[in-house]
Design a binder for this molecule. Structure first.
Ligand SMILES: [Zn+2]
Length: 120
């Protein structure tokens, strides 16, 4: 289950970023995951929750944006989405195409909130 390792490195990046902004806390982190990255979003969510439980990052929201596989036609340069392993160009039907997107595994953004003033 490599989702655990992924969740771990995301949380490390979140902590590092939060450390640069004293007085605020991370509330939401968004990730971009390509369908070729072979990451199970549910497993990632589960790992994420398990790792943040009882830490200062508990309650941090995880947003996952999945990116479909995109190819570019080598004959007419049209970019198209690949569905069901159909690699034919949607414009000229050429089967000569190149994968240009779909293997992302990256942090999209991190949302920070100001620390609420202590009520005690
Ligand atoms: Zn084409």
């Amino acid at each position: 289950m490599h989702e655990l390792g992924i969740a771990q490195s995301v949380l490390e990046a979140v902590s590092a970023e939060a450390a640069r902004h004293p007085g605020s806390r991370p509330v939401k982190v968004a990730m971009r995951i390509g369908e070729l990255a072979a990451v199970d979003p549910e497993a990632l969510r589960f790992a994420f929750e398990a790792l943040t439980l009882d830490t200062e990052l508990e309650g941090l929201e995880l947003e996952i944006e999945t990116c479909p596989r995109r190819h570019r036609c080598l004959d007419c340069s049209t970019e198209f989405l690949v569905k069901d392993f159909d690699f034919a160009c949607t414009r000229c039907a050429s089967t000569r195409s190149q994968c240009i997107s779909g293997d992302q595994l990256e942090l999209a953004f991190l949302e920070l909130a100001e620390h609420e003033p202590s009520s005690t």
